[in-house]
Design a protein around this ligand. Structure first.
Ligand code: OOG
Ligand code: NI
Length: 447
């Protein structure tokens, strides 16, 4: 039997194919890519220290390939199959995001590579939301939505076959991997023809725009694909100059010398022509739908639970003074995650070093690199959702408890905890550094 294609490679091929498809469907996305590439090149040239830092962290190579997308599925079965499809590409569900408190009737996870080596090869992520039909108050409408969802299959037979093949064989060979990519791409494609009639669509929109978006079409079209910029303020300023109108404010933390977490901006959803099935077979009625948009993000350092609590508090009060804008302070106070590496000088002194971690860093024997935040921010996500739902979006929160257990039951597995992943990366890097320097790792615990 021929060798299997590495899941990281299948993920890269899928991410590239999705990007090409979305670029053809939404030409403004192509313009965003050019804008971000220009700004990234300019930023790296103007800031050699940043270029150095990204180079050492292994992030320069992945930058031009880096993107995340988002889809919204309608049923537990769709979510469970999507999870199996992403697993073929080395992507696992990380974190649980409940959007109901922000007035959006979904809960979500992000499928992404979990280990540092795979992230550095290609960090492609997909934010995946599951509609919560139970939050539709009107029983008749809820039933109609459930029926529309029960009638559709968002996967091609070929995609279903290949997911099973990958699970049975433990991977896909060259030909199978390419077929898997093109079959799975169909799930993410835009369908201009609605599956419900214009009346049903109008009632779904009245319940919530997002419900109409999930229920009215053959599949969960990719609704945005987001490149990573190194300077989001520059990108925001540049968008109008290139004929793109951004949302008013950047979501997430303010601009800082030491970027943390995630900052995002977007342009408003496009109004796109769609066709509803008419009363007579073959007849259609014209309509419009707004769902697909463009987004840009800047990623900073991942925060620990303590750091995240400070950030959440700061965001609520719009006062960020309690969060130090200084890598050393963030590290010493255990507010952010770091990857430790021995420096050349340190390696030259291996076996002869003493002192604690701070002393080794101060002496230049160990370097601490901020670990990039690979996840999402529910408040930011809610802001993006809201800005793309139009004025009618409900601002009030749904009165429901976080339903993580329900979500995991639908998913067919537990989501991974992002903090555990960052902690593991930090711990492993520290242990490897100490080993390389001939020091006792146990005595050097960082956070
Ligand atoms: C997903 C919105 C969340 C982000 O970057 O926070 C998201 C959606 O609109 O379906 O993509
Ligand atoms: Ni997004």
């Amino acid at each position: 039997m021929s060798a299997f294609v590495h899941p990281d490679e299948i993920r890269s091929r899928f991410s590239a194919a999705l990007s090409a498809m979305y670029r053809a469907e939404v030409p403004q996305y192509g313009e965003l890519l050019t804008l971000v590439a220009d700004i990234n090149a300019r930023t790296l040239k103007a800031d050699p220290a940043l270029a150095d830092r990204l180079g050492q962290a292994g992030e320069l190579g992945r930058l031009s390939e880096e993107r995340h997308g988002a889809i919204r599925v309608g049923t537990a079965a769709e979510l469970a199959t999507i999870a199996r499809a992403f697993a073929v590409m080395g992507m696992a569900p990380v974190s649980y995001y409940n959007l109901a408190p922000a007035g959006v009737p979904v809960h979500s996870t992000a499928f992404r590579p979990a280990d540092p080596a795979a992230l550095s090869r290609n960090p492609f992520r997909v934010f995946c939301s599951l509609l919560r039909l139970e939050l539709i108050e009107d029983q008749a409408l809820r039933d109609q939505a459930a029926q529309a969802l029960a009638r559709r299959d968002i996967f091609t037979p070929g995609a279903r076959d290949l997911i099973e093949t990958a699970e049975r064989q433990g991977g896909l060979d060259e030909a199978q991997a390419d077929r898997f990519v093109s079959e799975l791409l169909e799930t993410f494609r835009w369908h201009a023809r609605a599956t419900v009639d214009a009346d049903a669509y109008a009632r779904l929109v009245a319940a919530h725009r997002l419900i109409a978006d999930v229920v009215s079409f053959k599949g969960p079209h990719i609704n945005h694909l987001t490149p990573r910029t190194l300077d989001i303020d520059a990108a925001q300023a540049e968008m109008p100059r290139r004929g793109i109108t951004p949302k008013e404010t950047i979501e997430g933390p303010p601009a800082r010398a030491c970027p943390i977490l995630l900052r995002q901006t977007s342009f408003k959803a496009l109004e796109e022509k769609i066709a509803f099935p008419g009363v007579d077979a073959g007849e259609t009625t014209a309509g419009t739908h707004t769902a697909r948009f463009g987004e840009i993000e800047q990623r900073g350092c991942a925060l620990t639970l303590t750091g995240r609590a400070l950030y959440d508090e700061a965001l609520a009060n719009r006062d960020f003074s309690a969060l130090p804008d200084d890598w050393t302070a963030l590290r010493r106070r255990g507010l952010a995650w770091f990857r430790y590496v021995p420096t050349e000088q340190g390696l030259g002194r291996a076996g002869r070093l003493t002192g604690d971690l701070d002393a080794l860093i101060a002496a230049g024997d160990v370097a601490a690199q901020p670990i990039t935040y690979e996840d999402f921010l529910p408040v930011s996500a809610a802001g993006i959702f809201q800005s793309n739902l139009g004025a009618e979006a409900r601002g009030d929160a749904y009165a429901v408890d976080p339903a993580k257990a329900d979500f995991e039951a639908a998913l067919g597995r537990a989501v991974l905890d992002e903090m555990t992943l960052y902690q593991a990366e930090q711990d492993a890097s520290l242990a490897a550094t100490m080993r390389a320097l001939g020091l006792d790792a146990a005595a050097m615990a960082a956070v």
